[in-house]
Design a protein around this ligand. Structure first.
Ligand SMILES: [Zn+2]
Length: 53
């Protein structure tokens, strides 16, 4: 997965654009909750993917 994703935070509903195979943990800009976790191969999105860009 090497696309940009629009991810909505499960906690505060803020949307954020993230890279589909990010290599770093990405935190929500609004509340700091982790919304993406890299696992070496693919990224686990813990928020809700609302759009694939
Ligand atoms: Zn949030």
């Amino acid at each position: 997965m090497s696309k940009f994703l629009s991810v909505q935070c499960a906690a505060c509903k803020a949307k954020q654009t993230v890279f589909g195979n990010a290599t770093e943990t990405i935190a929500c800009a609004g509340c700091g909750d982790v919304i993406c976790t890299p696992t070496g191969g693919r990224t686990i999105v813990t928020g809700k993917i609302v759009e694939v860009l």
